[in-house]
Design a protein around this ligand. Structure first.
Ligand code: MEV
Length: 331
């Protein structure tokens, strides 16, 4: 039996604007994981996918048209085809995940990543992180239309990324650890729907939305600079600024705003919604002293699950070449 995993993800700054070509920063969240096992099946059973959390079973066959396939089926078809392997296999693929669905934690991309890795490993094939990311992006595009590619990238590489749509991936050093508290509103919010709503709003008021996206892009550049230099307080302030712009874009909600306010009141350095918004998760940047009290405050405010996550400081602190992108006031 072959087993593969993939972590969840959280966007620190830059969601939505990243769909329109601005930079964004995301980090993996290893506290939640997708896990996929592949084993040889009975003769002639074909490829059977058991989605344990959904309580559903899918079959993969030659007839699967790409667009009609579920993300799970499309993932298997894509990876087998990419590896030059036949779809006429007898395999049982079991999928489970502790990543809440449609809450901004990258559950779809994580399941697809774990599945791509497990199938490749089962056939003793090695895939690079770039290959995995590309294959998962194909599935993301099929089901989320205008996905920027940030989810598959941060999850396949499993390290903090500074992401610009369509450009080569940049990783960057983290000067001091970042402690995060991630709280769930309990409301599902499918990315495709919120991204579609922002698209319609952008079509109606292009100038206003382009200005909002520019503001978010600026924040991402400054946040990278601050993260590299370990200026954690500045990262928090930038997260607050980003939340205000997301409110202006119309993707926050009263639940998200209440959780963000509670986190700030109890000592968070900054807080914002994360992911598509309208529901899903918010994140707060905390310190060793404030982490527990922010967590309890979010629980008291009615959060439906709170995760504490840590972005480790890099051992190698040489900033990558793109840190020549210096925020204006630092020049
Ligand atoms: C979803 O995790 C982040 C969005 O920016 C959509 C995307 O980048 O594909 C809302």
């Amino acid at each position: 039996m072959t087993i593969a995993h993939a972590p969840g993800k959280i966007i620190l700054v830059g969601e939505h604007a990243v769909v329109y070509g601005r930079p964004a920063i995301a980090v993996p969240v290893t506290q939640v994981q997708a896990r996929v096992t592949v084993e040889e099946g009975e003769k002639e059973q074909g490829i059977v996918i058991v989605a344990k959390d959904l309580g559903r079973v899918f079959h993969v066959g030659q007839r699967e048209s790409k667009s009609a396939a579920s993300p799970l089926q499309a993932t298997v078809v894509n990876v087998l085809t990419y590896l030059g392997l036949s779809l006429e296999q007898d395999l049982t693929i079991a999928v489970e995940s502790s990543i809440p669905i449609a809450r901004g934690l990258g559950s779809g991309a994580a399941v697809s990543t774990a599945m791509t890795r497990a199938v490749a490993e089962h056939f003793s094939k090695k895939l690079t992180a770039e290959e995995v990311s590309r294959l998962v992006y194909e599935v993301e595009k099929l089901h989320h239309g205008t996905a920027s590619g940030i989810d598959n990238t941060v999850i396949a590489y499993e390290r903090p990324v500074y992401f610009v749509r369509g450009e080569r991936l940049e990783t960057f050093p983290v000067g001091r650890p970042l402690s995060l508290v991630i709280a769930d509103t309990g409301a599902e919010s499918p990315t495709r729907i919120v991204v579609g709503a922002v698209r319609r709003a952008w079509e109606e008021s292009k100038e206003r939305y382009e200005a909002l996206f520019d503001g978010v892009g600026d924040i991402a550049v400054k946040a990278r600079w601050a993260i590299e230099r370990g200026e954690v307080g500045q990262v928090g302030r930038l997260m607050d600024d980003n939340h205000r712009l997301l409110q202006d874009m119309g993707v926050s909600s009263s639940r998200l705003d209440a959780l963000v306010r509670a986190a700030r009141r109890h000592g968070a350095l900054g807080a914002k919604l994360s992911g598509a918004g309208r529901g899903g998760n918010m994140i707060a940047l905390v310190t060793a002293q404030t982490g527990e009290q922010v967590k309890h405050a979010l629980e008291a405010e009615g959060a439906d699950g709170v995760i504490q996550a840590e972005v480790e400081a890099s051992k190698d602190l040489v900033p990558s070449p793109a840190s020549s992108v210096v925020p204006e006031e630092e020049q």
